[in-house]
Ligand binder design. Structure first.
Ligand code: GAL
Length: 313
């Protein structure tokens, strides 16, 4: 059993294979954490791993690949999973929620054509299982807007939101989703216009909503920022610094609420020269009052008996 993870290394699954789950997301369902993320190898797009303790990860499936079955839905979409020249498209930052009403696992992801970033679209897929093959429903531009770096957030009452970078990344949009999570229902917020926020990660603590974002510098890390709101549709407060000037060399992928007291910042440490050497970093979000603070730690250890995660400087 693995009890220790070193930040900034490529973590391995229980069979010793590198975990391919970049720009990812985690869903806690039926006693397991499911970790979804980008897998850019071969014909793969999104992979899924699961763990009961966040330290021992079992590979489950390539849930989205170039040969994933395609089924149109009521939203008119581009259903191609290969581009015109027979190459792969580009699917980034996959996020998955479970819809209690439809019992479907619904995935949203950033879609590009594989050649450039001009499509700036989002795409949707669904499954009856968290970790089996998904069905692809295609990509689209919500209300015609550009949509790049993205995340999903599910509120306590099941209301879900899709947050994505619009207008060539200048603005960050918050869309409330329809009840089945298969379309946007309303554009409820346009945040920080012209401030170029990327890599959004949302969580809720003590009734307040928090959003972490990075600035827009490609694979290079930059100063993270945090904001708080009393409601998802705002008003969101002005951005304030979170972590150091490179956010300890990370870019947010998601925040996991492990308990009422414990919020874990999961991030990518991208390797611009070799994407496959990109590694993972997990840090505790510490709070000064209601203000989130990020300090740097080199490793995390699971104290199995106490079910506690401790961080080493
Ligand atoms: C980052 C973004 C990543 C990826 C990368 C490509 O800014 O957060 O998801 O799109 O740019 O350069």
């Amino acid at each position: 059993m693995n009890n220790r993870l070193t930040n900034g290394t490529v973590w391995s699954d229980i069979h010793g294979q590198p975990i391919h789950a970049h720009g990812g997301h985690m869903l806690f369902h039926d006693h397991y954490y499911y970790w979804y993320g980008e897998d850019r190898r071969n014909e793969f797009y999104v992979s899924c791993y699961r763990s009961k303790d966040l330290f021992n990860w079992e590979f489950r499936n390539h849930i989205l690949t170039t040969s994933t079955p395609v089924a149109p839905i009521r939203v008119r979409t581009n259903t191609k999973l290969m581009n015109g020249s027979g190459g792969k498209v580009n699917l980034e930052r996959p996020k998955v929620l479970f819809n209690q009403e439809t019992k479907k696992f619904v995935l949203w992801v950033h879609y590009e054509n594989g050649t450039n970033y001009n499509d700036a679209a989002c795409a949707i897929a669904t499954s009856d299982y968290p970790d089996k093959h998904f069905i692809y429903h295609g990509s689209f531009n919500p209300y015609g807007y550009m949509s790049r770096d993205c995340t999903l957030f599910q509120d306590d009452d099941g209301t879900a939101y899709f947050i994505s970078a619009a207008r060539d990344n200048a603005d960050l949009h918050i869309y409330r989703l329809q009840q089945d999570y298969l379309n946007v229902e309303s554009l409820v917020g346009k945040l920080w216009q012209g401030e170029y926020r990327e890599a959004p990660a949302v969580f809720k603590r003590n009734g307040k909503y928090y959003m972490l974002t990075s600035f827009c510098t490609g694979w290079e890390p930059n100063q993270g920022k945090a904001s708080m709101a009393d409601a998802m549709d705002g008003p969101w407060e002005m951005l304030r610094n979170f972590g150091d000037e490179t956010t300890y060399h990370t870019q947010p992928s998601f925040v996991l609420k492990r308990s009422e007291q414990e919020y874990l910042y999961f991030a990518d440490r991208w390797n611009a020269a070799d994407y496959f050497q990109s590694s993972y970093v997990t840090l505790p979000i510490e709070f000064e009052g209601d203000k989130p603070v990020l300090n740097n730690y080199s490793a995390l250890t699971l104290e199995r008996d106490a079910n506690a995660i401790t961080f080493e400087k």
